[in-house]
Design a protein around this ligand. Structure first.
Ligand code: NDP
Length: 265
C-alpha cells in the first residue's frame, strides 16, 4: 500500500498535538496519509532520517528547528532569515524547508485588528520567527529579553532589542510573550514593575503558550487588554504546513476539522 507518511520530529515529542490535528485534516479531505510522532535524538541526522523513513512531509519542533534549517537542501521564504524551520517537504528526493510559525503567528493576531507597535518578550527561536514576520509586515517590533546573549540576531536585522537592564519603554499596542515563563510555573516573563505600566497602555496581549491562562495573560486581562493564547498560532502553522504536505488549498472545513482535532473533540 502506498500511504503518504508524515511526521513530527521532536525531543520530547510525546506531548505533541500535531498528529491529532494533522490527521483530522487529512481525514477531512480523504487524503490517503498518516501523520505520526517521531522521537529524534540527534538533530544532525534529521535529513537522513526524514529521507530513509520515506516521509512526504514533516514538522520539526524543539530542539531541532535550527538543525533542520542547516541540513535542508533548499530553504524557502522567510525561513532563510529566521535560520530555523518547522516544515520539511520531499520534492523529488530533495528536502525543501519552510517556516510556517512566522505566517501562522501573523494569521493568529489578525483577530486583534490593526497593530502598529509590538513589544516582544523573549529572544528564543519562536521570537526570531515572530520578530521577522512582524518586520516583514511593516509592523514595528521591539524585543525585550531576560539576558543579553541572544540579542545580536535581532540587532543585525535592525530590530530594537534590549535586556531587562537597559530597556527603554515606548507605548505599544500589542505585547507578545514568547518565553516559556508561565508554561509549567507561575512566573511572569519580566518584572511586574516593568510589565504592568506597559500593559495598562496596551490594547492586546498574546501568549505563545496554548491551552492555559498564564500569569502574563492574567495580568494583561486585569489591565483591560484583549487577550489570546497560542492555540491559533499552533493551528495556523499547522494549516499552512498541511497545505504544503497535501499540495491543496485548505478551506474553512479543513480549518475547523483541524481545530477539533487539536482540541481532541
Ligand atoms: P527558547 O528556549 O528558544 O527561548 C526561550 C526564551 O524564553 C529565551 O529568550 C529565555 O530567556 C526566555 N525565558 C525562559 N524562561 C524565562 C523566565 N522564567 N523568565 C523570563 N524569560 C524566560 O524557546 P522557544 O522560543 O522555542 O519557545 C518559547 C515558547 O513558545 C514555549 O513556551 C513554546 O511552548 C511556545 N511555542 C508556541 C508555539 C505555538 O504554535 N503556539 C510555537 C512555538 C513555540 P534567556 O535568553 O534569558 O534564557
Amino acid at each position: 500500500e502506498n500511504k503518504n507518511l508524515f511526521a513530527i520530529f521532536g525531543n520530547p515529542v510525546e506531548h505533541s498535538k500535531s498528529p491529532q490535528m494533522q490527521n483530522a485534516g487529512l481525514k477531512e479531505i480523504n487524503f490517503n496519509g498518516l501523520y505520526q510522532k517521531h522521537h529524534l535524538e540527534d538533530g544532525n541526522k534529521i535529513k537522513e532520517v526524514f529521507l530513509q523513513s520515506n516521509y512526504k512531509g514533516a514538522n520539526i519542533t524543539v530542539p531541532h528547528k535550527e538543525f533542520a534549517y542547516r541540513n535542508a537542501d533548499e530553504v524557502r521564504g522567510i525561513a532563510q532569515k529566521i535560520e530555523a524551520v518547522n516544515t520539511y517537504i520531499n520534492e523529488n528526493g530533495k528536502v525543501i524547508a519552510y517556516n510556517t510559525d512566522a505566517p501562522g503567528f501573523i494569521k493568529a493576531i489578525e483577530s486583534f485588528g490593526t497593530v502598529k507597535n509590538v513589544l516582544l518578550l523573549g529572544a528564543g527561536g519562536t521570537a526570531k520567527a515572530i520578530a521577522l514576520a512582524l518586520q516583514e509586515k511593516g509592523i514595528k517590533v521591539t524585543v525585550l529579553n531576560r539576558s543579553e546573549g541572544k540579542l545580536d540576531f535581532f540587532k543585525k536585522e535592525n530590530i530594537l532589542a534590549y535586556s531587562w537592564d537597559d530597556f527603554q519603554a515606548e507605548d505599544y499596542d500589542l505585547v507578545v510573550n514568547s518565553t516559556s515563563a508561565g508554561l509549567k510555573d507561575e512566573y511572569l516573563p519580566c518584572d511586574r514593575e516593568i510589565l504592568e505600566p506597559i500593559l495598562k497602555k496596551a490594547s492586546y496581549a498574546f501568549d505563545c503558550v496554548y491551552g492555559k491562562i498564564t500569569p502574563f495573560l492574567a495580568l494583561a486581562r486585569e489591565n483591560n487588554c484583549e487577550i489570546k493564547d497560542g492555540e491559533d498560532m499552533l493551528l495556523f502553522q499547522g494549516l499552512l504546513a498541511f497545505e504544503l504536505f497535501t499540495n491543496t488549498k485548505a478551506d474553512n472545513s479543513v480549518l475547523e476539522a483541524m481545530r477539533k482535532g487539536l482540541r481532541g473533540e
